[in-house]
Design a protein around this ligand. Sequence first.
Ligand code: SF4
Ligand code: SF4
Length: 200
Amino acid sequence: MADEQKETKPGFQNPVAGFGVTFKAMFKKRLTEQYPEQQKTTAPRFHGRHQLNRHPDGLEKCVGCELCAWACPADAIYVEGADNTEEERYSPGERYGRVYQINYARCILCGLCIEACPTRALTMTNEFELADSSRANLIYTKEQLLAGLEEGMVESPHSIFPGMDEGDYYRGLVTEAAPGTVPQVAVSKGEKPEEEGADA
Ligand code: SF4
Ligand code: SF4
């Protein structure tokens, strides 16, 4: 009997109680984010778009080992490695990542790939605006993922720092490109060397 009273008593009060909840909410701090007009700063270690890093002289850190692709639970990474040559060198060691793709229609931004990378070539940035209406556009290529050139860097391919080897790069002994370092002609990418005397 007591329970029945408990249920029926507040019946006529419910609409008023409902307004009370609304009234209280009017004075609470608003949680609505005004995105994209107001951008929110992400946490420093936020998992956003990936980046393929360079050594301080501009050579690439990726050695094309595919460990990131094997570690990926979403099968989102595709890598094809290739051999460096003295005429066309992209990384200090034997191999480099010739083809590198990340499919952001699959990626869950878990970060397992960057944990697997032995050279710290692959890291993640704070960029999170990756939405697109095309699946093809969500497949980011090496050109899109490769870090830009900072001061002291020369675009790859180019020769290794004279007198240094691969280990010296990882020991931090190379801090910028050697004076006189110039980009090599990327024949493997279909860029043909300019013939001497050819019209500009
Ligand atoms: S962040 Fe996770 S899902 Fe995305 S590419 Fe790396 S391992 Fe794969
Ligand atoms: S990004 Fe790292 S793990 Fe992936 S292929 Fe390059 S070196 Fe290997």
